[in-house]
Design a protein around this ligand. Sequence first.
Ligand SMILES: *[C@@H]1O[C@H](CO)[C@@H](O)[C@H](O)[C@H]1NC(C)=O
Ligand SMILES: [Ca+2]
Ligand SMILES: [Ca+2]
Length: 315
Amino acid sequence: MDARHLFLFLGLWAICTLSKPTEKKERVHHDPQLSEKVHDDLQNFDYDHDAFLGAEEAKTFDQLTPEESKERLGIIVGKIDLDSDGYVTEGELTAWIKKAQKKYVYDNVERQWQEFDLNQDGFISWDEYRNVTYGTYLDDPDPDNSFNYKQMMIRDERRFKMADKDGDFIATKEEFTAFLHPEEFDYMKDIVVLETMEDIDKNGDGVIDLEEYIGDMYNHDGDANEPEWVKTEREQFVEFRDKNRDGKMDKEETKDWILPSDYDHAEAEARHLVYESDQNKDGKLTREEVVDKYDLFVGSQATDFGEALVRHDEF
Ligand SMILES: *[C@@H]1O[C@H](CO)[C@@H](O)[C@H](O)[C@H]1NC(C)=O
Ligand SMILES: [Ca+2]
Ligand SMILES: [Ca+2]
């Protein structure tokens, strides 16, 4: 499943679970912001686990028994409760989720760093990146695949240049992070929008029309009747996406769609987690309320794993 299909499902989730579908803004493009998982709590809580713990840490929790999960979750609650008043507020939870997200991003960069820094000088030059990523293709261009690779390389080079603030074609760790996770950096937003538009704008006229918009998320496959959600998406396009009502989504309109400035994923997830676990509806969570809902926060289906195989003590 590619990122945009994922967000399609996030969108569907929003329609199904939020009472006000017009507020649906789950759709973002590119590297997942909180999780690669589909947010469908009817199926599982994988998205929530990733958001709450970071994808890597969530994996380690999957190895724990319910009792161990609850115990560790109880300890985590103490860390989320920054002012130590015994309650986890939506704000504290938002800050926690942002921290988990940041950790995921920086861990991911660390993981990949060695592979690309061929001369181990602490920087990654475009040459290094290109050789590692496209070396095989460059050594032996396959005419059948060459168009794809060439396009991808051109795109990567453009993004690399954008991330490379001082223009020396050598990425510092910070610049390489912006290259791999452009959605995390304000100065990369334009290129995120540009790449998204290029993906969706099939006729290459530089804007996204209704059919391109729908075609990107829905594969007709000879369906005679369009599903209800596609009709809803058509209305969304006309009523909300295409703000100036010229029938097309331009750069600004696309940006409002995929990187809405008034929508914060971490906040939305925090609100969702509080809503789902706040038993006495006082708007904040006690340790008991969180632990009671351990399956939502961290829980594992893997109850028969027995003793934990993996243990990290970062949290
Ligand atoms: C990249 O590959 C080319 C061709 O094999 C080579 O000449 C060049 O030195 C390589 N650059 C780096 C930084 O490894
Ligand atoms: Ca280097
Ligand atoms: Ca177009």
